[in-house]
Design a protein around this ligand. Structure first.
Ligand SMILES: Cc1cc2nc3c(=O)[nH]c(=O)nc-3n(C[C@H](O)[C@H](O)[C@H](O)COP(=O)(O)OP(=O)(O)OC[C@H]3O[C@@H](n4cnc5c(N)ncnc54)[C@H](O)[C@@H]3O)c2cc1C
Length: 287
């Protein structure tokens, strides 16, 4: 376990934006992660997965941030796997496909950790939400300071929603995922096809889709066709010319620039269309 003081968080995010954490604890195993959680149980803490969905303030986080790098994947029977929350989703997809297990292919190209995927209940290209594959979740309960196992079927899930968003005292340690035996070659091809398609429009120097899709429509289409904001730029933060729901860091963007672009989109949608666009990304720190 590494404990660092006043450490910049930008390198731990896909968009490379964010000031320092007062304390950054980096843990490499679930045991270390649990220990760090026990030590910090009574204080305000932030859990960092792969940093692909959070905009961290330029002022940083005046608290403890735990970066969870736990990496264990266990194959329990022909289709049930136990995965640490720090496992990188692209790595898990590759590994399960190599074990001829099918299910996760549709989440290819999402730079998430498993903890982040469960927390945000990510959605794949075939419109499945991640909870479809989750059976049990082991959590650390910061209120009781105990490790608990939750049955995913007794929890509420929705598009972009998990109960964890309303229960920040529950920290995801690991999960049991149910996949199906499949055909390795077919799955590999499916993953390749999805990546080949997404790479044309989705850039990693972003936080993914910035806004939730309004019912029956796509935020990207609205920002592009109705608001004409593709390519709109403040400092080095730019609405992607290739995908209007992605905001890019062209190099030196600050959180302030990035947030200013978001605010401009929200304001323009309100003024032009009387539409309220809601951010899908999460804000950490002061804005
Ligand atoms: C290029 C690109 C493409 C993307 N495509 C998609 C897509 O197709 N579909 C989609 O849904 N999303 C997509 N995203 C968004 C993003 O990858 C997901 O939201 C992802 O699940 C975030 O996971 P993370 O590990 O990066 O979490 P972080 O950004 O690190 O954290 C997000 C939230 O999860 C919480 N969290 C993380 N780990 C834990 C844990 N162990 N216990 C409790 N809370 C935890 C954090 O505290 C934070 O509140 C994309 C992003 C990019 C950059």
């Amino acid at each position: 376990m590494k404990i660092l003081k006043n450490e910049a968080l930008a390198p731990f995010t896909t968009v490379k934006i964010g000031g320092p954490a007062q304390t950054l604890i980096i843990t490499d195993t679930t045991q270390e992660f649990t220990k760090a959680l026990q030590k910090t149980a009574s204080t305000d803490i932030f859990i960092l997965g792969n940093g692909s969905n959070i905009l961290i303030s330029d002022q940083g986080i005046p608290a403890t941030v735990i970066k969870n790098n736990s990496q264990n994947i266990e194959y329990l029977d022909s289709s049930l796997i136990k995965v640490d929350s720090g496992v990188q989703l692209p790595w898990l997809i590759n590994d399960t496909v190599n074990h001829s297990l099918s299910g996760l292919e549709e989440f290819a190209y999402i730079p998430s950790s498993i903890g982040g995927a469960i927390y945000g209940n990510i959605h794949g290209v075939n419109k499945s939400n991640f909870d479809k594959f989750v059976r049990k979740i082991t959590v650390f309960n910061k209120k009781t300071q105990t490790v608990e196992e939750l049955d995913s079927q007794s929890m509420s899930w929705d598009y972009d929603f998990s109960e964890f968003k309303e229960k920040p005292h529950l920290i995801i340690l690991s999960a049991l995922l149910q996949l199906t035996p499949g055909n390795k070659n077919l799955s590999q091809q499916q993953v390749k096809d999805i990546i080949a398609k997404k790479i044309l429009s989705q850039s990693m120097n972003s936080l993914g889709s910035t806004f939730k899709n309004p019912p029956g429509d796509a935020a990207g289409r609205i920002i592009d066709q109705e608001l004409n904001l593709k390519g709109y730029r403040i400092g080095d933060a730019q609405i992607s010319p290739k995908h209007a729901n992605f905001i890019l860091n062209l190099g030196q963007a600050t959180a302030t620039d990035y947030k200013a672009v978001i605010d401009h989109v929200i304001q323009t949608a309100k003024t032009k269309l009387n539409l309220t666009l809601e951010p899908e990304i999460i804000f950490w720190g002061q804005f």
